[in-house]
Design a protein around this ligand. Sequence first.
Ligand code: ADP
Ligand code: ZN
Length: 528
Amino acid sequence: RPAAGAFVGEAPLTVLSRVFGYDSFRGEQAEIIDQVAGGGDALVLMPTGGGKSLCYQIPALVRPGVGVVISPLIALMQDQVDALRALGVRAGFLNSTQDLDERRLVEAEFAAGELDLLYLAPERLRVESTLAMLDRGTVSLFAIDEAHCVAQWGHDFRPDYLQLSALHERWPDVPRIALTATATRATHTEIAGRLRLQDARHFVASFDRPNIQYRIVPKNEPKRQLLELLRGEHQGDAGIVYCLSRASVEKTAAFLVENGIDAVPYHAGLDARVRAENQARFLREDGLIVVATIAFGMGIDKPDVRFVAHLDLPKSVEGYYQETGRAGRDGLPSTAWLAYGLQDVVQQRKMIDGSEGDAEHRRRLAAHLDAMLALCETVECRRVRLLAYFGQESTPCGNCDTCLTPPKSWDGTVATQKLLSTVVRLKRERNQKFGAGQLIDILLGRKTAKVIQFDHDALSVFGIGTELTEAQWRGVVRQVLAQGLLAVEGDYGTLVLGDAAGEVLGGRRQVALRSEPERPARAARGGK
Ligand code: ADP
Ligand code: ZN
């Protein structure tokens, strides 16, 4: 086994083949490695699976001293270090899962110059003794992994990341490389600013994942729709199913198992041992499905994940991209499938209204959600929209649902006017607000108990919407909500007029809506 520092001064390509067993660099890896190995700073934006790790591991090996890697993924440090050790690289880590003796051992290795790479949880840098330890040895570089965690705009913000700018003040001559797979223009700028990377070279890889087929469908019976997807296209494949709540994770996993599909749950409420075991099974076995909250997946490197399914709407395009990006790392055809419905929009708008934090924070959450909704409701190529979100121009891809079966759009102006008028009547004539269900019952002229109770059959708008079915109305309400013509208010999901509603009611604005595929007949259903 080579001693620490055995590769100092070697050519990066030699290290690539001798240590890692690969014969060529991918994408911009060679340029990035040269920049950092030569003592310069770098900011690397590269999609998941792009090969970010080598961008700091190789410079750490060819420069004298220890490469210090800051990573929030504490649960993965042991695996990363084991994988490196198996390749003969001297690596260690320090985080809160270790006891004092284990930490002392690693600190001693560091001081004795017996390490090439040291992984550190960001909170270790709050501890002065860690900083003093780094002073006693030689640091070859700082790699800041998952660098988007410094962005307060983002969805993974970690306060400990803010203090990483201090590294540069204390060790001005040590090169820094910040890496992330999440990068809108805004996040990119924020990372560079907060980490004071003003002299860094920026490397921005293409975010396109051409082997992933993006599909977003209206949600009516999510579990049955999921089962159809699995039976029809992904029999025996490994995949991840994301749900918003722990309860729906449990229910969905149980439903799949009842239907003879190998699935395990994963969420933060499970016992740590169960969680670790389920994750290990997923990595080890073929064709296992993990049903999970978004707690699952950061840093998971399983090449043959054939599909990622979302049963609930992700909160942002960044989140959606990152989660779907776990499919198809091996480059083979894979599916990113999302079912979303009216209830998702109502629920998320409610969550934003009720969230902690100031108006600015809520405004940001709302902007993230709106971008996600725009992606769901677009009649254009999904990939074009997705890449545009990351600042990249492209042409229709031919491998997403809207390219494969172009959605019809229809003039929904009159339907929208009817819906908005109903909201207006309830407010003006009765000083009432209601949710989508009651509005649709009124439009369809249904004399339900609740309609009779509130005397809503006496309204002039009662029964003015019979040209559409209930399912079509739900589609209209969802899209009108997504377009901001309606807004959700309060805890009960009641609907009020959005800012631009007046323009539609006044006939100054047309509303284009996407046609919904008709819901399949009950008899055609498989499973339970
Ligand atoms: P990221 O951190 O960007 O998600 P990784 O660094 O985990 O990606 O790399 C993804 C996979 O690609 C890993 O299995 C890695 O070994 C492999 N890989 C990276 N660079 C190369 C290369 N130049 N040649 C072959 N395989 C590579
Ligand atoms: Zn497309």
